[in-house]
Design a protein around this ligand. Structure first.
Ligand code: TMP
Ligand code: MG
Length: 292
């Protein structure tokens, strides 16, 4: 399809190939000047598994290594074991999940606040963590930067961790904006809580970014590539204005058989159990080749 062989791979599922084909053709025709990208972080830009081993999310990074006490690790793991199956349960509606997710994020953030970590601890924890950017992420970031295509990373993870992961494993370019939960520190550099309103997986349709001038300033970029791994990620670009072509790319990493139908209804392209950004990069390459 569209001279993009990656779209025909067996782990790439497309419910409406003609629609996807048309959207990609429009994006190629309009070129990079009309494009903006909005991406989730955990398990979208970062891997769910690396060579088969499960990788850390932003929050999980804090459970690894020797910086935080055992009580933090035990309680954070117990919270995840309870709440993650609910987050990814395809039988529950988003409305049913929202109060439960608020409960998880509140408990997780309160638990972390009790540990009084220092600014420098985050960098050390990231360096020793199993959080991994997908293969091809560096190329993706570098190409977007080279063509001045804005990239909004919209995450319910932890902003401080995301920045460190990107700096450590790729390059944090000035066309990239990371909207997430950021730690708040006192004058001694000790964490005292979180800044601003909490972002969890199912409130990405709300919040500061949609009210800010971010999307207004990109009004002339009518084409959006949106990338996520949760159904909540579909709303990350709800604040965008004048959208003409939106390509929604979903990474389905867990409960694949049970969730596939739902993901294929909501995402234009669904990528199953992949550790790379190859499909996205192949599409981006086509758009960039159309550069005058
Ligand atoms: P994302 O929006 O960047 O994908 O980040 C949200 C992910 O963070 C979500 O899939 C669940 C995960 N998470 C943890 O792994 N541990 C936690 O304590 C919390 C609150 C979230
Ligand atoms: Mg995610």
């Amino acid at each position: 399809m569209n001279d993009i062989p990656e779209l025909n791979l067996p782990h790439v599922r497309i419910a409406h190939p003609e629609h996807v084909s048309e959207v990609i053709q429009n994006m190629i025709k309009d070129g990079h000047d009309k494009l903006q990208v909005v991406a989730d972080f955990d398990r979208t830009l970062s891997k769910y598994t690396h060579r088969g081993q499960i990788c850390s999310t932003c929050h999980n990074v804090l459970e690894e290594g020797h910086v935080l006490p055992d009580f933090y690790k035990d309680e954070a793991r117990a919270l995840r074991d309870h709440y993650f199956p609910i987050e990814t349960n395809p039988k529950l509606t988003v409305e049913e999940k929202i109060p439960v997710m608020v409960e998880w994020w509140t408990k997780a953030h309160d638990l972390l606040t009790k540990c009084h970590i220092k600014r420098d601890d985050v960098r050390k924890m990231v360096e020793n963590s199993t959080a991994r950017l997908r293969d091809g992420c560096t190329w993706f970031f570098d190409q977007l930067q080279a063509s001045e295509i804005p990239l909004l990373i919209f995450s319910a993870g932890i902003g401080d961790v995301i920045i460190e992961v990107i700096k450590h494993q790729a390059t944090l370019h000035d066309n990239m904006k990371v909207v997430s939960n950021y730690l708040e520190y006192d004058e001694q550099g000790q964490m005292t809580g979180f800044q601003g309103d909490m972002i969890h997986v199912y409130n990405k349709n709300e919040g500061a970014i949609h009210d800010s001038d971010y999307f207004q300033n990109l009004e002339h970029r009518n084409n959006i590539i949106l990338m996520g791994d949760s159904l909540g990620d579909l709303h990350m670009a709800d604040g965008a204005v004048g959208v003409q072509n939106k390509l929604k790319i979903g990474f389905l990493n867990v409960k694949v058989a049970e969730s596939l139908d739902l993901y294929m209804k909501r995402y234009d392209i669904v990528i199953l159990e992949d550790e790379t950004l190859d499909v996205v990069n192949a599409i981006l390459q086509k758009v960039l080749q159309s550069k005058q």
